[in-house]
Design a binder for this molecule. Sequence first.
Ligand SMILES: [Zn+2]
Ligand SMILES: [Zn+2]
Length: 750
Amino acid sequence: MMPTWLLGFIISALLHITSVGSVTNSQPCGRGFPALPFLLHAAVPFRFLKCHTGSQHSSGAPAPRSKFAVPRAHVARARHDQMHASRSHLPAPGDADALLRLVAACRAPAHLPSLRAAHARLLSLLHPSHPSAAPARVKLIQAYASCFALPAARAVLESSCSLDRAAAAATVCFNVLIRALTAASLHRDALRLFASMRPRGPACFPDHYTYPLALKSCAATKDLLLGLQIHSAVARLGLDANRYVAHSAISMYARCGRPEDAYRVFEGMQHRDVVSWNAMISGFSRAGLFERAVEVFKEFVALQCSVPDAGTMASILPAMGSAKAEDILFVTKAFDEMQFKELISWNAMLAIYANNRYHVKAVELFLRMEKDGVEPDSVTLATVLPPCGELSAFSVGKRIHEIIKRKRMLPNSILENALMDMYASCGCLKDAREVFDSMSSRDVISWTSIVSAYGKHGHGREAVDLFEKMLGQGLEPDSIAFVAILAACSHSGLLDVGKRYFDSMTCRYHITPKAEHYTCMVDLLGRAACISEAYDFIRTMPIEPNERVWGALLQACRIHSNMDIGLVAADSLFRLVPEQTGYYVLLSNMYARAGRWADVTLVRSVMADKGIKKLPGASIVELGDRVHTFHIGDRCHPQSEMIYQKLDELLQKIRGMGYNPEVEATLHDIEEEDKEGHLSVHSEKLAIAFLLINTSPGTPIRVTMNLRICGDCHLAAKLISTITSREIILKDANRIHHIVQGACSCGDYW
Ligand SMILES: [Zn+2]
Ligand SMILES: [Zn+2]
């Protein structure tokens, strides 16, 4: 599953891009206000002051002094610059058009001196009543805003207020500056400037360009009251039929927690375009009404009046967290039918797959992007790395690392942490460690990733050393870091160390244990054969034990053949998750192991009665750029014949080394049919044989399984690693088995 820190990052990245990209740009930029990429940074180093006309938002506190409030000084500065700039690269004096082109080209703080000089010349060149003077002021405001010089922009605005007397003449200037402020996330400032417009008279009245901006700022500051006031003012003016106004009203209501009001506005719209639908989908998504969001999405696609775009994809993404298969299929279809796919759409589709554990689909989509020549960005790569790890798709993961290096995307802790997780998940502890060692700064997430990597590989001691090193650096472990270290202890059977960490978590760090921590503790105790202690632990838990906690106990009971407590655990599980196959199989395996065949039959008939289908065991391997999936007894693969031949040959050889399919091994977690004879065709064995045929000697064999590996396959894999001199890295549902020359990193403790 994609870690939450990564999921949050991806969603916010995509939503951010669309809210300033597709959604905003589709609003009228008719007055020529350009995109201001630098203003997208929230940390724009200026603050705009409460303006002198006041507003309903003044907090009563005295306004801080601001450069923004001294417009006259800037006019003087411009005049001063005029005297000094004559020998610079400015156009010939008298060429107002060239000067205006220069002004329009000023886009960064570095351009500020040229801008000031050009401004000064324009002042002398264009009399305020000259027909070009008003458009020049608009251009100047835009340029000053682009150069972070908001006080100067404000100064020009003030001059426009006093000069442009005609109705709504100064409004354009206000709109330009308010837009710059909203783009810079200075929403309060934008609202203050908005509030100052009307009192200045008809020349400064807000118009249908101003209202959407103001509503947007209300949405961002979650100011429902002001939003309502503005919306009703808009209705009185008859502007509410305006599409752009309606879109902003929809977002405002949705973000202020009034999704039904948003829907009313949406329904009342006479003409809807793709932006209207996006606004409503995103409104429901943001309000957490995911089903409604999907409904609107479907309605939109069904209408076929316009096609979904990148904004649609980004809007639906948050609603697709754990989506129904049919909904994912629906979105996939809509995505495939998009003629022009922007990067945002690809990223959103990738994230939908990744969040819903469609790992193969996610990696395939990424490969398709590469084939289509779509340049990935850091969001793409961070999204596809976890699925690569889940599938042990090492070569794709490695290639992504190369792309990251080539595009010089590092240092970037999100990518580095994702890389570490991917390598660890592919069984490449060494590569994970290299990424970790090369990081310029490491946060708790980075340390947690490396601790968890060592833990999953069964290197509990190293995990503990790393965890201690993190503490030594003064970093405060969080709840997830403790899950990592407790799991590491449990995988390596470090009972006392694990108990100590659990105590320190509560006593020293005051972290309230969650179900994950309890699961680790039950696992730790259970594997160490302290079954009764584990059971007592569950009974004294302050929170209701969930499925995983009981599941860990049942697993321990199976390993240590504790029938009494095992039955208690199974009973709780059947009440909690009556349809979950795995636990019935576990229980029937326990009975079988105890020779209670009548009970085995009973459990199986219960399963049959309830119509419970078993989760099919599957093994996945990567070869070249393809992911191959094998099921038990699979004969669908084109190389099937060769695979079975190879397997026969291998089993012959290892029989000579003492391999003998045991009775117990027939109690695989997956299938009942394979009690005898079918052992040789467990999916993991097929996958190993397939890779042995298709890779050159010495290449490590990486197999990912959806269930826990069975004892028989574990033994067979160890022996095969000896006779073929191959490293075998088997990732099962629980951990990683790194097998080298007949020895597994799990120490046969799993
Ligand atoms: Zn098996
Ligand atoms: Zn193992």
